[in-house]
Design a protein around this ligand. Structure first.
Ligand code: AMP
Length: 437
């Protein structure tokens, strides 16, 4: 039956709102970033870790903060199927789960700092828009057990290097210190009083936030708030001695690395657990927008919040989806390198077993080859091999001598006879100097 007459067996579905399928070209872009991240993790000494995609909800309520947007509005809560008292949520970020694992497995007994790296999907029930999805990928690194300041600089520099090696050379870092338990409470009290005096200028959502999470008002991007915030008291002017010394030393280390950064006193980050160093990565000229490429900071109180002993920590989370978007925008997204080195074609269209067997033997030798498995004329098989971007076509069944085949170089347009026993060696030699695609 021609396709037009095929009755529709069922309805067609769409991926859930806010999620995307990564089709092969885009999957290759993500693979490029995963490789870049893995290579840097290896060079900088961050070891791989995986944690579950979901955790007990409380891990995020405590570890991220119950009054943050991420937990209040965006947490993907799972409906339990059992009578279990536990409730779960999909991870909105990686730090809380990794800190939970650090405590659970007693990683404080290892040599400190414990430096960890994780790449994977995160989930937030956010309003979907460009660069904001309900499932998105992050590269996350964490270092536990080092109070800094040198490691703060190491991590800030590592993030910049990631973007540079991924292919973006216009990424800047914004830096701030948000103090700690010694200096922040008094500052926050003053800040609340300052905003209360100006309550009539606050949009309703900010007025509400003032009661629950006042620091967040500082990084509001609402135009009225940006203007108001320019005159707000700044925590960097009120740091306690220890936080000031730490901040100065982080900056000195960045200077020693020749890492340029910009101070942004309004940068507070959305998460409750941050202390002292906070930073965000932006493409040059995009700093005023919501679209940070990544961010991170120090969280010296987190491990204790999750039941461990007091342990300093610092890390970052870089958004891979937004990095892919930025790479594509600037024409720097590398093409998928998945063209076969060779395609096995045949003079006898019906001899598919012969072509498949030769391809299987070459694959066993480690070579990326495709066999043309369609019963069709040689000319059509060769056309498809060219369209695949293959460097070579191996033509079987044209040689009077059955243990030889024709090796056609599709790029150079040359062709010669070769013994099948020499084929793998010859293709390997050519493949090592051949760039796919
Ligand atoms: P955050 O923990 O919110 O600072 O997120 C760190 C990075 O993850 C951000 O800078 C973004 O690049 C990325 N990110 C966060 N939320 C989303 C989202 N909903 N969709 C895509 N990327 C996101």
């Amino acid at each position: 039956m021609p396709p037009s007459q095929t009755p529709r067996a069922g309805r067609a579905f769409q991926a859930p709102r806010g999620t995307r399928d990564l089709l092969p070209d885009e999957r290759a872009g993500l693979a490029h970033l995963e490789r870049t991240a893995a290579g840097l993790a290896r060079r900088y000494g961050y070891r791989g870790i995986e944690t579950p995609f979901f955790e007990q909800t409380e891990v995020f309520e405590r570890g991220v903060g119950a009054v943050t947007d991420i937990v209040e509005k965006e947490l993907f809560r799972l409906q339990p199927r059992t009578e279990d008292a536990e409730t779960w949520a999909l991870r909105p970020e990686a730090t809380a789960g990794i800190a939970r694992a650090y405590v659970q497995h007693g990683l404080h007994t290892l040599a400190q700092p414990v430096k960890l790296s994780l790449t994977g999907p995160m989930f937030r029930y956010d309003r979907p828009q460009a660069g904001r999805y309900r499932q998105f990928w992050q590269w996350d690194v964490e270092a536990f057990g080092d109070p800094g300041p040198a490691i703060d600089a190491e991590i800030v520099e590592l993030g910049l290097r990631f973007f540079r090696e991924a292919g973006l050379d216009d990424v800047d870092v914004l830096l701030n210190s948000i103090g700690d338990g010694a200096c922040r409470p008094a500052y926050v009290a003053d800040l609340v009083a300052w905003y209360r005096d100006r309550a009539d200028q606050l949009p309703p959502v900010e007025r509400q936030r003032l009661e629950t999470n006042p620091l967040r008002l500082l990084d509001s991007k609402a135009p009225a708030m940006v203007a108001l915030n320019a005159g707000a008291p700044r925590l960097v002017d009120r740091l306690c001695e220890a936080c000031q010394a730490h901040f100065d030393a982080v900056r000195a280390h960045l200077d020693a690395l020749r890492v340029g950064y910009r101070l942004d006193p309004g940068l507070v980050r959305g998460l409750d657990y941050y202390t002292r160093t906070a930073f965000e990565y932006y493409r040059r000229g995009a700093e005023g927008q919501q679209q940070a490429l990544g961010g991170g900071g120090r969280y010296d109180g987190l491990v204790e919040l999750l039941g461990g002993r007091p342990t300093p920590g610092i890390g970052f989370a870089l958004g891979l989806d937004r990095t892919i978007l930025a790479l594509r925008e600037s024409g720097r997204l590398p093409a998928a390198e998945d063209a076969p080195l060779a395609v096995i074609v045949g003079a006898d269209g019906a001899a598919t077993a012969e072509r498949l067997r030769l391809a299987t033997d070459l694959r066993a030798e480690g070579l990326p080859v495709r066999a043309d498995l369609a019963v069709r004329k040689l000319g059509r098989q060769l056309e498809t091999a060219g369209r695949d971007g293959a460097h070579f076509a191996v033509i079987v069944g044209e040689e009077p001598n059955g243990d030889h085949v024709q090796l056609r170089d599709l790029k150079a347009g040359t062709q010669r006879s070769i013994a099948i026993t020499d084929l793998a060696r010859e293709l390997k030699r050519a493949g090592s100097s051949h760039h796919h695609g």
